[in-house]
Design a protein around this ligand. Sequence first.
Ligand code: ATP
Ligand code: MG
Length: 573
Amino acid sequence: MNPSNTSTEPGATAPERATAPSNFIRDIILDDLKTNKFQGRVQTRFPPEPNGYLHIGHAKAICLDFGLADEFGGHTNLRFDDTNPSKEETEYVDSIMEDVKWLGFHWDGLFYASDYFDQLYAWAVQLIKAGRAYVDDLSADEIRKHRGTLTEPGKDSPFRNRSVEENLNLFERMKAGEFPDGSRTLRAKIDMASPNLNMRDPVMYRLLHTEHHRTGNKWCIYPMYDYAHGQSDSLERVTYSMCTLEFEDHRPLYNWFIQHLGIFPSQQIEFDRLNLTYTLLSKRKLLQLVQEKRVSGWDDPRMPTISGIRRRGYTPEAIRNFCGAIGVSKTTGSIELAMLEHFVREDLNKRAPRVMAVLRPLRVVIDNYPENQVEEMDAVNNPEDASAGTRKVPFSRVLYIEQDDFREDPPKQFFRLSPGREVRLRYGYFVTCTRVVKNDQGEVVEVHCTYDPATRGGNAPDGRKVKATIHWVSSAHAADAEVRLYENLFTGEDPNRTEVGQDFTANLNPHSLEVLSQCKVEPSLAGAAPGTRYQFERLGYFCVDRDSSPGKPVFNRTVALKDTWAKIEKKAK
Ligand code: ATP
Ligand code: MG
């Protein structure tokens, strides 16, 4: 397994594993290597159920599964956990493969739990013959009632002591399709009084007359997750099977099947699942958002899916760095969404070329600038990266600036353009506002300025200072653009916290998307390719969306820069 060289992401570099801090799973592996527990082998798997798109929580598991194996020269399989035929689709399989690759990882083996259906069936027969499994005629409801509770033991099913012959016969006939859905199950014969409910004769197979995306109509009995997972790990000779903490109580059952089948002892290790503030990480709920059209699809840039944050402009490097920094533990907590955004900014700061874009344009006329003159100003592409070089930006008599950068009646701490005030136009000149033009509603629609020709490039030879530098684009040269601004999809830190009778959709943020369609951008952006990322100076990081058309680019705001003025204004309120 060799992360990243063939990544679909142009700028992707190998994950920075060498610097990653240690964690308890790595410590377990290091100990096992000392005792030669698995003959020095490290093998992992990533086991998504293809019933939805991957999200940032899965990225944590992926970085762990692939990252640890890679660190120890091991192998990682991608295995689709496709034991439930009714919810799974090829669209999801394809998107999962694309997302894992995009994150910069490459699997060794590609498997499906359904590849093992014949073997799992044979093993079930083996357990029946050993008196360790039986066919039960109780309904799902009755099984639940017999199970007992945390404080009360369960009750044996009246069918628990069927003979091996009868069990073999019935199981064979279940497989042959003689019985309707729900009428029978195959259960492991363990202990109805176990303090662990998972050990109270768990169901191994259920009847489901449903077509499967890979096995078609071959099967009408399907194995449960707990019966399939450990054995699939074992078949692939997985040494470390990492999963989230809710499976801790399933580990005795995972081990029980392996022990009674006498097969390779893969080791299950549980870690904390990722929770992020203002974010839902549940495929079921994300599917609901898609189905109810609360978002435009699985890859809506507001979604926490890998495809959503990719479209929004997040980089695989930022996601991997974030996953490395949050680490893994044995206690579930919640990570600030702001921390993920921090890693996105940090990565984009290094790589995103700077450009000027005006989102809410205000016309500026420089009255003393020659009518037909155009100057090509030198602009730095990335102050963090000298090799990124410079570019030419056209400057002329009529420009656009942000409406926000002008105040007719400026508050005390507002240092940008206002009547009588001199500011610097980035890479341009010092300009001083002389007057404004208003519309019938009294709104400022045009600002008039004079410029000082001696300040070309942005410095005054007499050493006089200005307190603000603002960005601009030349009216005659600018390209029109649409910009989509995103806020958190949910208003509450915990979107699951709702009033009685409401579901999580009550917490959807009605302002999570704002579309600005009158934006003006540097001419160089007119034909920018989808997926290209920029820093719009002073505004944030933006990524070209696939909805762009020739001459009309569409940008997604990936993440805003920290806005000091907004902070000051907020404090004042
Ligand atoms: P969901 O609850 O979103 O449906 P899942 O656990 O059912 O997630 P799977 O496709 O079964 O999704 O998960 C594949 C792997 O990803 C599993 O090993 C699972 O433990 C891990 N995983 C899923 N969600 C998270 C998360 N939020 N944080 C860390 N790992 C996760
Ligand atoms: Mg699952």
